[in-house]
Design a protein around this ligand. Structure first.
Ligand SMILES: [Zn+2]
Length: 557
């Protein structure tokens, strides 16, 4: 038998291996789904899902009536976008995937810019990453080469080469980490339209969509209508130099294309691109199963720019629900047998200025002196290390810190010990972990809510990429010292507000159930794999297949 026919054959086998048990009608006798739609809603915390669940009427209501794991975990400590997306379709923790953070430092590379972006290929001469939050980024080449493991789509294509593996997202890192290495088509937003891998052509359907979007994002847009349930969320919260959030309804003046990403319209564009690709490639309508990963990024941009509890997020939750409903309606209209999985890459926390009015008076922004540059200078002065070259590097105030390679071994040890002690003594710091101590921790098993902080850090640790030590901040500390460049709040901590995400499955006729015990995003790939005949063995995953049948049949068998 040709390998490419295995999935079809498996489908036939399951279709005709009907059991006598009438209870199983909806499950065991069903064919393999023809299309896997794996959706990640960036920064869609379990808290947001719970807060807005009763108001959903569209796509999220449909999913909430499917199989619901309300306490899913991105179980690792480095709860950023790239690590989070690297767990969803691979079934392994972000450290094992090689994606320790969005950005890390590699002092051994040739180029001057030592900051490495998770989704770039820094080996290409003449490239640089720059600063992801800055208006002007470096000139890097997007790539999935840092991802050290295959995705579900990669695995599917190995056993079924005719299957298509596609990814569409608002962010390159979301598309690349979910799509993986062997992608037939891949698109992400860049500036004013959807872009793809270097050297590849944009398919005509997406090029046409780019023209349509390009023509409208520069134009003024009226405010969204404010739903009645959102009026309680609408209150001005002051932050920074006289700026405020909390009561914005996404009206845009002419020529404000740069704020398009932080509006519900952005998710609609991503869904339009996904729909264009599905239609053009006739995904889900062939002999074999296809996979499309979709990364909806607007919730994250809105969370960063306006926090999680204002009018802005309230409107976004309603619009996300509506856009997803429209998306599923289109798939229904094409008679595609599809299964949907929806989760998030991480959770998020509101801005401290509003939290301090809403029951958390201790919420704070980080001390501006708590960063690698300032600490490094203090340490160098204390140790009488001459010169003005930095002795300490980090991509932000928390996470991985790296000691300069230009020092002697003895100096490196001294710098590390001294910096760790200084940082650990800071009132906003929960813990500073030595890389050797993290490396010696066993890969944690069992309930992720009970993992120690060292175990959480272990799950996003990679020996070749992680820092010399790792800094974890206390609960409720926002690692943005002063609000600027549209960032007022964020995620990235080892705490459950950043780790807990919903994990939802839906397919036509699926038996609804809800399982409140915790599961993990690394369980998703083995679960979907079992549905489509892609075996992911125990040694290939840090998760386990979840039986989403909900009855006596077992979707994992
Ligand atoms: Zn994210």
């Amino acid at each position: 038998m040709q390998k490419s026919n295995i999935v079809t054959a498996l489908a036939a086998l399951i279709t005709f291996s009907g059991t006598a048990n009438a209870e199983d009608n909806n499950s065991a006798e069903r064919a393999i789904p023809k299309l896997v739609v794996a959706i990640s809603v960036d920064q869609f915390s379990a808290d947001l899902f719970a807060e807005y669940r009763s108001s959903f009427t569209g796509g999220l209501k449909r999913l909430a009536n499917g199989v619901v794991f309300p306490s899913g975990y991105q179980s690792h400590a480095a709860t950023e976008t790239c690590p989070g997306h690297s767990t969803i379709m691979t079934g392994v923790h972000s450290g094992r995937a090689g994606i320790i953070a969005n950005n890390w430092i590699d002092l051994s590379i040739e180029r001057e810019d030592k900051t490495v972006y998770c989704a770039e290929d820094e080996r290409i001469a003449g490239t640089s990453f720059g600063d992801i939050t800055a208006a002007t980024q470096g000139d890097f080449v997007a790539s999935a080469w840092h991802l050290l493991v295959p995705t579900l789509g990669d695995r599917l294509k190995k056993i079924s080469p005719e299957s298509r593996n596609v990814a569409v997202a608002g962010k390159d890192r979301a598309a690349l980490m979910m799509g993986g290495h062997d992608v037939d088509e891949i698109y992400w937003w860049q500036g004013k339209g959807f872009s793809t891998l270097q050297g590849r052509k944009i398919m005509p359907a997406v090029a046409r969509l780019n023209e349509t979007i390009g023509a409208k994002i520069d134009k003024a847009r009226p405010a969204f209508e404010i739903p009645a349930r959102c009026s309680a969320h609408s209150a001005k919260i002051m932050h920074g130099d006289g700026k405020s959030v909390g009561d914005y309804a996404f009206q845009r003046p002419d020529g404000a294309a740069s704020i398009y990403r932080g509006s519900p319209d952005f998710d609609r564009s991503i869904i339009a691109a996904a729909t264009a690709v599905i239609n053009d490639m006739k995904l889900g309508q062939g002999e074999t199963t296809d996979v499309i990963s979709v990364g909806l990024s607007a919730t994250d941009y809105i969370g960063h720019a306006f926090g999680t509890e204002g009018l802005e997020m309230c409107i976004q939750m309603g619009e996300l629900d509506r856009s997803l409903g429209e998306f599923f309606d289109i798939l229904d209209g094409q008679d595609i047998d599809y299964v949907v999985m929806l989760t998030a890459d991480h959770g998020g926390l509101d801005l401290p200025e509003r939290m301090s009015q809403q029951g958390v008076p201790t919420a704070q922004r980080i001390d501006p002196d708590l960063n690698a540059k300032t600490i490094g200078k203090k340490v160098a002065a204390g140790l009488n290390i001459p010169g003005d070259k930095p002795v300490l590097y980090a991509d932000g105030p928390f996470g991985d810190y790296y000691v300069s390679l230009e020092l002697s071994e003895e100096q490196r040890e001294q710098v590390k010990d001294s910096a760790m002690a200084l940082i650990a003594a800071h009132a906003q710091v929960e813990m500073v972990l030595d890389r050797d101590d993290i490396a010696s921790v066993e890969i944690p098993r069992g309930s992720p809510e009970e993992w120690t902080l060292a175990e959480r850090a272990r799950a996003s640790f990679h020996p070749d990429r992680s820092g010399d030590f790792i800094v974890l901040l206390k609960k409720g500390i926002t690692p943005i010292a002063s609000t600027q460049r549209g960032y007022v709040s964020t995620h990235g901590s080892p705490w459950d507000y950043d780790r807990r995400v919903p994990i939802l499955f839906w397919r036509e006729g699926i038996r609804h159930f809800e399982q409140p015990l915790s599961v993990m995003t690394v369980d998703i790939a083995p679960t979907l794999g079992a549905l489509i005949g892609v075996e992911i063995t125990a040694d290939q995953t840090d998760g386990q297949c979840l039986d989403i049948d909900g009855g006596p049949a077992n979707s994992c068998e």
